[in-house]
Design a protein around this ligand. Sequence first.
Ligand SMILES: C=C(O[C@@H]1C=C(C(=O)O)C=C[C@H]1O)C(=O)O
Ligand SMILES: [Mg+2]
Length: 468
Amino acid sequence: MIPLSLVSAPSDDRIDADAVRQALRAKVRQAVQSMNGVKQVRAVSVKVPVAIDPLAWGAVQTQAPFVYWRSRTTDSTYAVVGAARQWQGEAGSGETVPASVVERLAPWLDRLPPAVRLWGGARFDPTSEREAAWADFGAWTFMLPRFTLHRSGSTTRLHATLVAPHDTAAHEALLRQIDALRFPNIPDAHTDAHRIRRTDRPTRAEWMRQVRAAVQSIRSTDLRKVVLARAVDLHFDHALMPWALLHRLQQETPQCTAFGWQPKRSGPAFIGATPERLFRMHGDTLRTEAIAGTRPRGATPADDAMLRHELLTSDKDRREHAFVQDAIADALAPLATDVNMPDAPSELALQRKRHLRSEITATLHESTSPLNVLNALHPTPAVGGTPTRTARAFIREHESFDRGWYAGPVGWMTQDAAEMLVAIRSALVDRDTLTLYSGAGIVEGSDPASEWDEIENKLADFKAALER
Ligand SMILES: C=C(O[C@@H]1C=C(C(=O)O)C=C[C@H]1O)C(=O)O
Ligand SMILES: [Mg+2]
């Protein structure tokens, strides 16, 4: 049973929506005049007098795409609605973001005004075979927002981004888009969807064979680690509301970055809450992390302490983890100096599971683009394997479903900062079907049944959100 309702959105009587729209219209008019059709990006913003939940706000707008981000570390939440400019494309030579795109986006990043973020995401594997549900996402997408609602602490601001000369010439259309922005109450965002069926890809029997095949390859080829994933399709009797589900998921996942990406309003939505950051950079300072190695949380304090000890001393999990550390160090070597790696991983305790985690810092060479960092780091052996090439080939050959953007990079970039997450603990909502994705690192010594259970545990946040 899953009656989903989005709560805590202010109604039009708590907020003077007309005043907000009028204020933004006035700012846009001023900007259009002062930009004078000269090629540039400009952002204007107005304060929204009442704290608004960006997720609830974004959910009811009509423009697409809709992108959502609730940061794990700061009390900062973004809802992006519509695109002032979008780049989307297919795989180039197999790099996550083709070199030509890195080049094309560079001048845009250079001239972004301080408050404007370029948002983007990419498939786990740009060249693998694609299922129809992932078609609208592209191999990669980058975009400049049209409207952004940003809540930071108790302050909410509504931003509009203009790209001249196109937007200054077409500013009447932009003003109409502002008129269409809503600030509603949404207790009507409600559905009674009941789960009627679960399909596992692969089935448990197929999984056992896959994991054994992986262990066999580890013994007989250069493969050392491969992360194999599963897709669990949950079918409901009614269409699901992705944003209501994400609203609940983020309440279940306090240490995680919650995210959502929907290319078309009536199409599939990709949502999740991930503990893993691909990287964060500010100026020349880079932070990244290795997260791999897993145990559940215990039901009692004694049980929990035992599982903690088990994880920290598990040879198998330490090996799973070390592959990620080593690959990150190798990937950063050409891009950075002072790569700082802890001697031993520490514990990251989440609500329903715990991981081994190593925080890594480095100093980037001058003017390293976040897109170069992205291409260098993704996919780490936390989601791919070691060596990357062999692991990717193994995944392509053995996994029976399209990962789409699951385990891919999703995030934002500004002129001098960037943050990309690893889109795990995620799902695709496609009308009445919810596909949950999760994987586990297979190394020498992996037991197929335990790896199945580990993934089942990684799906527990979504299960809790569905039962909430
Ligand atoms: C691949 C996933 O998680 C990864 C696999 C882990 C493991 O096998 O121990 C732990 C964290 C992540 O590196 C996922 O959740 O889908
Ligand atoms: Mg594992």
